[in-house]
Design a protein around this ligand. Sequence first.
Ligand SMILES: C[S@@+](CC[C@H](N)C(=O)[O-])C[C@H]1O[C@@H](n2cnc3c(N)ncnc32)[C@H](O)[C@@H]1O
Length: 392
Amino acid sequence: MIDNVIQEQRSAVREAPPTEGNRYKLFQREAASLTHHLIADYPEAFQLIYLDPPYNTRRSRGSRKHYRDRSARWSEQLHEVVSNTYKLLRRQGFLALSINQMELFNLKHICDTVFGSECFIGLFPVKIRHSERQLMINATYHDVYEYLLFYRKDKQTRFYTDQKHPRLEKFDHRIETLTDQPERRIIQGKEVEIYRPGQYKIHREAPAAHNLRRYIIAGKLATANWSGEFFESYLRPLGDNLLVRVPGLENEGLGYRWFQTQTAKRSSGVYFQSTLTAGRPVLPTNDLDFTEIVPNIYKEGGAGIDFKDSKKPEQLLEYILSITTRENDLVGDFYGGSGTTLARAIKMKRSCITGDSGAEAIEIITRRLANLREGKDIDGIQYNFTLESYGP
Ligand SMILES: C[S@@+](CC[C@H](N)C(=O)[O-])C[C@H]1O[C@@H](n2cnc3c(N)ncnc32)[C@H](O)[C@@H]1O
């Protein structure tokens, strides 16, 4: 799903189309305070909020010597931020959070308390290290995963998905009715039309999108499928060799579904499906592997964006944004770090409000945005956007 290679296109600088009407805001402010402040102006306005807080570990070795990601008030602060986040999200909105195993269960508990456990969508392990590259030889084991948690505000909301088109070669039937006065009967509250032999023809033609696919109602189709069950219970008893049009049976796209009852030669019934509902969604997967990208992550954002505090791959944000948002939606990230979410939002034409409490992070984000404007990010494209900045 995710292409593991960073596409470096350093050649000529190209200009991206200007972001129409999208707004970008950057705050130097602590997350609980910023989210509280935003509620007045942006209640239920965000389609996605991504939170990548400090992981609350004791790890501070090597390049992270000066970095402190532990806080005695971690749970309390996260609870406050997640509660504010809930108020900021639209009804169809999503919350995504990055965390490692140290606080994973605690963070899930906090989010369950605020969103309700029924609004937890899933846990996406994110592979960030190669199994064989073991640098911390004093550790008990080599941890290669971080985690992404997804919540939705409304438990009915689904991720945006691509649609897999149906295989057209199966759509080779066309139905022709020869009377406009079929018998009409009410069956299970539906007005069905019944065409007797001689009142209809079923043609076999070259496959085409306007044609229908024929299914024999047998096996699971007869017992575990609405159309199949309806046929067996209510249409089979009508008699042999009838064409029956049933409205509103399934979400067929046409508004109705055609059936043909059994014949002397064929004991099973038949139904016909249009191409309108034959495609299938390609579901997002939680198989995320960034092991090829992480070693080069210091390059993302261009020169001077070598952020040591768990900088995320832009492809991770691209993935999150693509399944939870559409163009022009509003995205929030209140632990902005090096500005990965903001940069991806600009590239994907989403509006974005981000913040970070640290002066160093704000400086890096500002540099990253300058790189974007000048076409100095690794994609070599110049982005045109307006940013409003708010100091401490
Ligand atoms: C894990 S990093 C985020 C990395 C970011 N996703 C990226 O890709 O670069 C966490 C960030 O949260 C900031 N931070 C820590 N405590 C904070 C707080 N209470 N409010 C806002 N930001 C905070 C840190 O300065 C750090 O930049």
